[in-house]
Design a protein around this ligand. Structure first.
Ligand code: SF4
Length: 707
């Protein structure tokens, strides 16, 4: 039971992957006072604008508060038992008729680890399909694939402390000043107090690139060429750690030969990337001469049809210099969402099983025995874009969406919306009564607890597990996602595996699976927490994995080798020659780049409730270079029509030198619910990375004209 008086609760911010600790004090009338948690090692008391405004977003306006079933086209309130019976009955019918692969879950990096665990277990172990994917596919799955190729596991070798200790911080495809603000402040403090240098590599000159040491405005899609050039430069200028390479890695010669063919000199790198030779040489020299380098990469790298190769081109440079997993020296993937990492840990991606295990025969068998699973999935499921394509073809007939808004966020979003209308069973678990996905016509709406009401764990970008704790009472009939899933599982006949009484019980099982038959060959292991009591779980302080039984938690990875590949060696990967998947042409002469703004989160269902946050950039816009504005006749502060082969939008024009010639930038947040024109997913092409399945979101050919 929640004490509604002024008791302060330690919890974690529900927005970005920094995972800041929050102190929340209910105000007794449904709101809460919010402060940063000085004891949380992610933020030491600091919060950014979004985190600070959380108290303004916890009201019940627009909340979905009871289950609903569509009856003769209209959603009607029903009892929980009726809604759950209906979902289970329809799922059972479709599986019996069309097989398990005809049903699918589409999850979210907003879910808690315990929710994710139950969803994954139900589908992969009991229903018998791996059609469980998540919006994290759109966010960091190329980093996952790159890590697996290089390290043999999805391991993040670095930690936030490295940002304080590095002498050079290289940000690639990351507007951290807006998207990971508390971490960026930490980097800036390092610069001010220790003289660390900062390099930003990005086609846009974002706020992150203000007052730094070097800005490299690369042409879209050329990051691989830049890091291939760097790899060659390190090899030709005596900067390799030959002992580290010889003792701990494989594939060096092939990867270097490929890098030479892509960008074998400073001149070739400059030509490939559109940079000046002087800037390329300056970057190479800084990287070469600085032992403590952290390279941070985010969506500008991941959201690409060659995202995995970009990740590996970066990792190659760190493996070649042995700068990995050491204090102040490591590659570092910045995750977008609050629990993208927790989702990865439980297997929330369609190509993973659970606890970082994959669809290999021994690991399938291990998970099957642990779960006592009657119908374990034996092959990978459909990744996000593939999943909605299969729905559109009529192959997947039942979909359950939890805590995400794919009608806005997926590429080619109009097709996604149309596909949803073809579903025989369409279930949405949500906090809100209305968003674009809810408007797409689900047959069943299930009210889930929101941030502040639900309780469980999340994992941030540095592998740190923190508690999200409830500090507000459950409103209406809203329930935890794990409870809703478990109730459906029981109705499907799986009472034995889903008789959970609490999130703590689920967490213990998740921790036990991570340690099950793990002789140290799997990176994700939190076995030390498998017997945690309810009280200890409730009091859990933020801790980094691994947390193996009998060992202190939070070891660094790979400083001395010890990779998770079959031979224990880190792998250099020869990337493909960089090339964008689509061409510009006379009708579509520009490249459309998408991204976030400072004060909004995803599709604004929470941040949109705060007037303060809305004041920063109040309407959807398109940013364009002054030369392009002249060329295409659009004027600052007027409206323009942006058109791609997939859709069009009317947007406010912002003319800015920040934008590279030949490119446009549009924010992702607005939807048909808050503007008739800002639903950007409908403009974005649907090309996926071949290794990760992550869609390209940064380079759709586009045109602009005055409106
Ligand atoms: Fe929340 Fe991220 Fe801001 Fe921290 S940096 S307060 S986690 S949005």
């Amino acid at each position: 039971a929640i004490d509604p008086t002024l008791r302060t609760t330690r919890t974690t911010c529900p927005y970005c992957g920094v995972g800041c600790g929050v102190l929340a004090t209910p105000d007794g009338s449904g709101g809460a006072a919010i402060a940063g948690d000085p004891e949380h090692p992610a933020n030491f008391g600091r919060l950014c604008s979004k985190g600070s405004a959380l108290g303004e977003t916890v009201g019940l306006e627009g909340r979905l508060l009871y289950p609903m079933i569509r009856c003769k086209g209209v959603l009607e309130r029903v009892a929980w038992s009726d809604a759950l019976d209906h979902v289970a009955h329809r799922m059972q019918h479709i599986v019996a008729r069309d097989g398990a692969d005809a049903v699918a879950f589409y999850l979210s990096g907003q879910l808690l680890t315990e929710d994710y665990y139950v969803a994954n277990k139900l589908m992969k172990g009991f229903v018998g399909t791996a059609n469980v994917d998540t919006n994290s596919r759109l966010c960091m799955s190329s980093s996952v694939a790159g890590h697996r190729r290089a390290f043999g596991a999805d391991t993040v070798p670095g930690c936030y402390e490295d940002l304080d200790k590095a002498d050079l911080l290289v940000l690639v495809g990351s507007n951290a000043a807006w998207c990971h603000p508390i971490l960026f402040q930490r980097m800036r403090r390092n610069k001010e107090e220790r003289g660390a240098r900062i390099i930003v590599i990005d086609p846009r000159r974002t706020d992150t690139a203000s007052d730094i040491d070097l800005f490299l405005g690369v042409k879209p899609g050329t990051d691989t060429a830049l890091f291939a050039g760097l790899f060659v430069h390190l090899a030709d200028n005596g900067a390799l750690d030959k002992d580290y390479i010889a003792n701990n890695t494989s594939g060096f010669d092939d990867a270097l030969a490929r890098a030479r063919s892509i960008a074998g000199s400073v001149t070739a790198t400059a030509l490939a990337t559109g940079l000046s030779e002087q800037d390329v040489a300056a970057f190479f020299a800084m990287f070469r001469e600085t032992e403590r380098v952290v390279t941070l990469y985010s969506q500008g790298v991941n959201q690409s049809a060659q995202g995995t190769d970009k990740v590996n081109a970066i990792l190659n440079c760190h493996l070649a210099t042995g700068r990995i997993g050491k204090p102040g020296a490591s590659p570092f993937s910045l995750t977008g969402q609050p629990n993208a990492m927790g989702g990865r840990e439980v297997g929330g991606l369609a190509n993973q099983l659970a606890a970082h295990m994959m669809f290999t025969p021994p690991e399938i068998d291990r998970v099957r025995r642990f779960w006592k699973a009657p119908r374990i999935a034996t092959h990978e499921g459909l990744k996000a874009v593939q999943l909605f394509e299969a729905i559109n073809r009529g192959e997947v007939k039942a979909l359950w969406v939890m805590g995400t808004n794919p009608a806005v966020s997926l590429p080619d979003a109009d097709i996604v919306r149309e596909a949803m209308k073809k579903l025989e069973l369409f279930v949405v678990s949500e906090n809100v009564l209305s968003n674009d996905t809810v408007e797409a016509g689900p047959h069943v709406l299930l009210p889930a607890l929101a941030w502040g009401e639900k309780s469980g764990t999340v994992t941030n970008s540095e592998r740190r597990i923190s508690r999200q704790r409830s500090f507000l009472p459950a409103p209406g009939e809203a329930r935890p996602d794990w409870w809703i899933l478990s109730e459906v599982a029981k109705r499907l006949g799986f009472r034995e595996g889903f008789n959970y009484k609490s999130a703590a019980e689920i967490f213990r099982e998740h921790a036990a699976l991570s340690a099950f038959e793990n002789d140290g060959s799997r990176d994700f292991d939190i076995g030390a927490l498998q017997s945690v009591s309810d009280e200890a779980y409730d009091a859990l302080v933020p801790l980094q994995w691994p947390a193996r039984e009998g060992q202190s938690p939070g070891e660094r990875f790979f400083a001395n080798g010890g990779f998770f590949t079959n031979d224990g060696k880190g792998r250099f990967v020869a990337p493909d020659v960089p090339a964008l998947r689509s061409e510009t042409n006379a009708g579509r002469p520009l490249r459309l780049n998408t991204g976030r703004i400072r004060d909004q989160w995803h599709t604004m269902t929470r941040t949109g409730l705060s007037q303060r946050l809305g004041a920063h950039l109040p309407e959807p816009f398109v940013e364009i270079h002054p030369d392009d504005a002249n060329k295409y006749g659009v004027v600052d502060d007027s409206f323009a029509r942006v058109t791609t082969d997939y859709g069009q939008s009317i947007l406010k024009v912002v003319v800015s030198e920040r934008q590279q010639r030949g490119t446009l930038f549009v924010p992702i947040h607005w939807s048909a619910m808050n503007t008739s024109h800002g639903r950007i997913g409908a403009l974005v092409q649907s090309f996926n990375d071949p290794f990760s399945g992550q869609p390209e979101a940064k380079a759709t050919p586009a045109a602009i004209a005055p409106y």
